[in-house]
Design a protein around this ligand. Sequence first.
Ligand SMILES: Cc1ncc(COP(=O)(O)O)c(C=O)c1O
Length: 406
Amino acid sequence: MKVIAGNPYLKKDQGKIYFDELEYSILEKDFSTPYYVFLENRIKDNINIFNSVFSSHFERYEGFYSFKANYLHEICRIIKEGNFGAEIISLPELELALKLNFSPNKIIVGGIYLTDQLILKCLDNNIKEIIAYSLLDIKRINDLAKNYNKTQKICLRINSGKYDARLGVEINESTIEKLHLILSECKYIELTTILSHFSTQMNSIDLLKKNCISLLTSLKKLQKKLHIDIKNINFGGGFPEAVVFKKERLENFALSVKKLLQEYDFSHLNVYFEPGRFLVGDAGILMSKIINITDNRWIFLNIGNHIVPKFARCNLRFYNLNNLNESYNTKTSIAGIIPSDQDVLAKNYYFTPTLKIGDRVLISNVGAYCLTFSNRFPYRLPAILLVKSKEYKTIFNPTKHQDFSL
Ligand SMILES: Cc1ncc(COP(=O)(O)O)c(C=O)c1O
């Protein structure tokens, strides 16, 4: 048995290809490319890996899945069944989380665009905490909470200090002074958590640690001046796909965080993470086919950046299912079907020497952000299937459903 793309749920055995335990040829009969396949059991494994690593190192750890990575109803249902919490940025996402019966105590909501409607929905539903990206938003939450006569728990997003970072509040003397004033005036909020999210696809423990150090340093400054009782520290997300960032590296990172918390004297705090890509990135694959080949080894697939956008920053891997036994040793460039020279999926990618029009190309690691960032190019959207063991179901059918947006 040969594992494809380092993913134990993509296998080749005795000339047959399997998605989990489902033989791929069954899907080929029923669906024409392009179509997406999500692997339910892979998501469950990724949740278990993430939870087991962090709960073994932190007594008080909680995970919140970043819905924006993939907000398909079925994907979020699997996350809910895995007993993971939800990190939400918008009203449609919050409505979905509530519909899926995520406990309000496992939902954290906030972002750059905190509308009154979103804040009111949080207050109505006793959402665990609202995340403010600006001091002004703290005041707005307070004013709305006042009408409910309740105290809303708040998380403050701190500017990560990364070059050019604009999101979150920079912690300096002036902002600490302003925060002090706001906290003394706002009686209907309680600042319980601080958050910093550095970036996505941080394939380096040093980078992940940088975010932690920046957050812990900010917290030290805040505590020195404000004497506030911060109970929770949220290190955000940013992990690569689980096939890329393996369990041992996650363990090493968890150990580094533990050490940092001890150094900064914050071991008593609850530790939160908000992974998106790690949980779902490698659980998504896209089936496509070669539609054209040029003399200088450019191949065109029947998908493109409208459905696998560069913005999603996935670790894309391409496999020729018609020639899986060949070595991947021949430089090949891969283009999509947007009629623009910019629609490049990979340049000089080592691919099979033998190619022909019609070959099926499996693209792995497309589970996170591809659908979120996908755009309306006038091609039919791909079908989306969910595979679990030997079974599959269609979760989006472009001939019946208009769209998969929320
Ligand atoms: C605040 C915050 N938390 C978590 C995430 C999830 O990031 P990732 O999918 O890289 O883990 C994001 C992604 O943009 C984010 O902005």
